[in-house]
Design a protein around this ligand. Structure first.
Ligand code: GLA
Length: 407
């Protein structure tokens, strides 16, 4: 069958992607270190007819044109590697620590026992990444203060000893206040506070059935149902006004009414919001319904708060049913990224959505927590996928022209 020129361009520009994907699913080299040039390399074959060059567009320019920062999660594996660092600084303007600002990494147990109060101590990796962010002009999302997961159990127990009973609600509220106060004080003392523009105060507190997460959630068990309100109250008290305070959750499209109802309770005695924004983690699948997703965006936008996508990745297939990264599925993913981001840009430009940043949960499939689903913008060899072109709104390379019979 005669192929169209556009399809020819698409195939040539992603040839490295599709070939590499097929190869990498057989090979087990997901953590291979890229060469210096790998992330931005264009295909080398001489095409016939000569195609126009692959457009030189970056995520950061495209998102800035709509007033947005664009981010990735960050690890020291990335900051320690020159090629990864280069790719991040070329494409992104914001970073979120994948782990090192979570409660598991923020406390010193011995010092807490000695002081009789929770003692916050930043870990070397956190300092290293904040220094890297500063040197590279990156803004930072703080992630996360109060969460049921990745949080040491001993902080909830008498004498900071897990073998002893839980402390009372009053003691835990004091510990929570002290913790949140120390985090913001130390960020200031250590010269990082101005990097931070948003902070996830509470992560993942609601269930899909509209109930609060209570199982294995010691914040809830010890303090009670108002623990989220208390966390926002303290964050408001100690965070500078320059930092937007976020509630962050996943499966947002299945929790829309719950989130709407709950956010309205996060107000002070004068009825003013204690919260600035809602973080949609946006861990999506190519088989999700974008129509439903935009219903959530539109419904929650009406609250007047900011909304950010905070951990965006779009898996091939659906939950527990990953699809192969072949040309067809990668094209569908490119289209999904294009349509999602296009729909957000339209709402932002029309003034119906207040969004100042969008963060991807990484950039390359081989480093993703959901790597079996190939969810990100670059493949395991750090080549741009149709997903990248979708994200930067280059429609001709985003997979719209894929046709089964042209294979
Ligand atoms: C949640 C958390 C993130 C991260 C992912 C898995 O979405 O908010 O910090 O742990 O799970 O990587």
């Amino acid at each position: 069958m005669k192929k169209t020129i556009v399809l020819c361009l698409l195939i040539l520009s992603v040839i490295g992607v599709t070939a590499a994907c097929g190869k990498d699913t057989k090979n087990t080299t997901p953590t291979a270190t890229p060469t210096e040039a790998a992330p931005t390399e264009a295909p080398t074959e001489t095409p016939t007819p000569t195609p126009s060059p692959v457009p030189d567009v970056s995520l950061k320019d495209v998102f800035a044109a709509h007033g947005l920062k664009v981010g990735t999660c960050l690890t020291t594996t990335m900051t320690d590697n020159a090629a990864y660092s280069k790719l991040i600084t070329q494409q992104f303007t914001s970073v979120t620590m994948e782990n090192d600002m979570k409660p598991d990494y923020l406390f010193n147990q011995d010092k807490s026992k000695a002081a009789g109060d929770l003692v916050v101590e930043f870990n070397p990796n956190m300092n290293k990444m904040l220094d890297w962010a500063k040197e590279n002009g990156m803004a930072v999302r703080g992630h996360t203060l109060v969460w049921y997961s990745q949080t040491p159990q001993w902080i909830f127990h008498e004498d900071f000893d897990e073998a002893k009973p839980f402390v009372t609600r009053e003691v835990m509220l004091k510990r929570m206040e002290s913790y949140i106060k120390q985090v913001f004080e130390k960020l200031k003392e250590e010269g990082y506070i101005d990097l931070i523009y948003a902070y996830d105060v509470v992560n993942e507190a609601w269930m899909e059935d509209g109930s609060m997460r209570s199982a294995m959630n010691p914040w809830y068990s010890v303090i009670g149902e108002d623990y989220i309100w208390q966390a926002f109250y303290f964050a408001n008290k100690y965070a500078p006004a320059s930092i937007d305070l976020y509630y962050n959750d996943y499966n947002e499209q299945y929790k829309t009414d719950t989130l709407e109802k709950f956010v309205k309770t996060l107000v002070d005695e004068n009825g003013n919001y204690l919260i600035d924004g809602i973080g949609f983690q946006a861990h999506l699948y190519t088989q999700d319904s974008l129509t439903d997703y935009f219903k959530t965006v539109d419904q929650l936008s009406k609250l007047g708060l900011k909304i950010q996508l905070t951990e965006l990745d779009i898996c091939l297939g659906k939950y527990q049913m990953p699809k192969q990264p072949n040309a067809k599925n990668l094209a569908a993913q490119g289209v999904f990224y294009y349509d999602l981001i296009n729909g957000l840009f339209e709402r932002i430009d029309a003034g119906t959505l207040k969004m100042d940043a969008l963060t991807f949960w990484g950039f390359a499939d081989g480093m993703s927590w959901r790597k079996g689903y190939s969810p990100l913008l670059f493949n395991q060899n750090y080549q741009k996928k149709p997903a990248f072109w979708g994200a930067v709104q280059v429609r001709d390379l985003a997979g719209f022209d894929y046709k089964e019979e042209d294979k």
